[in-house]
Design a protein around this ligand. Sequence first.
Ligand SMILES: Nc1ncnc2c1ncn2[C@@H]1O[C@H](COP(=O)(O)OP(=O)(O)OP(=O)(O)O)[C@@H](O)[C@H]1O
Length: 253
Amino acid sequence: MPALIEIERLTKRFGSFTAVDDVSFTVDRGEVVGFLGPNGAGKSTTMKMLAGFVTPSAGTARVCGHDVTDEPVAVKRCLGYLPEGAPTYPEMTVAGFLGFVARVRGYRGGEARDRVARAMRLTALEGVRLQPIETLSKGFKRRVGLAQALLHDPPALVMDEPTDGLDPNQKHEVRELIRSMAPEKAIVISTHILEEVAAVCTRAVIIARGRVVVDATPRALEAPGMTLDEVFRELTLGPGGAREPELAATEAA
Ligand SMILES: Nc1ncnc2c1ncn2[C@@H]1O[C@H](COP(=O)(O)OP(=O)(O)OP(=O)(O)O)[C@@H](O)[C@H]1O
């Protein structure tokens, strides 16, 4: 059976600048892949292509067997996506926003209420359910983003820095949540926190300058007597290790 997430020679060019360059990897049910790389390496762009927000320039990606370009609606049904910064509608209450997401996803009546209640329970949002999102702390806003990604209980989850902005307790809770969901799902998380990889990931894919430089278990990475931190620096530093396109054409993402 094919993996739930399949990325095959995926490439994204913005003008003459190649942000994602021939990236391939797969994620099976039960795997949590930590997607690592320095700023500007191409992590968010890869995730946006998986979620259908950016069109690939070349290559393909499939989620639950559906092609991200040819079958975008089918992909969205089986994918939960937490974008960077977790954009929401700030003036809506938590319950109002999640109810709206439930309706967009096609749930009505009791089922919609149950889905919203479950998503709020998983992300511990019940206490702020009637609060406008703009009045929440950064960590709680992030959890609202997480709740909308989990609402339809998708088999594939792609999360762009899920613990960004959370305090240590909240980080722990989100990692526990990811761990508890892992057996049933294929999960990709991007992160800059290397300890997170050891804590929740079964595999690490390191990307630099748009290209995959490592795809291995966290344990295999540490094996040659180096910490993950040292391995990361060695693989991603160097000419152009962290980069921004100087004259790259922009494209609305
Ligand atoms: N819409 C766009 N137009 C032009 N260049 C873009 C666009 N989106 C991203 N880029 C460039 O592509 C490169 C990869 O960006 P991306 O956001 O994918 O990196 P990242 O690995 O997620 O970085 P970070 O860790 O800082 O979030 C960067 O150099 C970025 O400036």
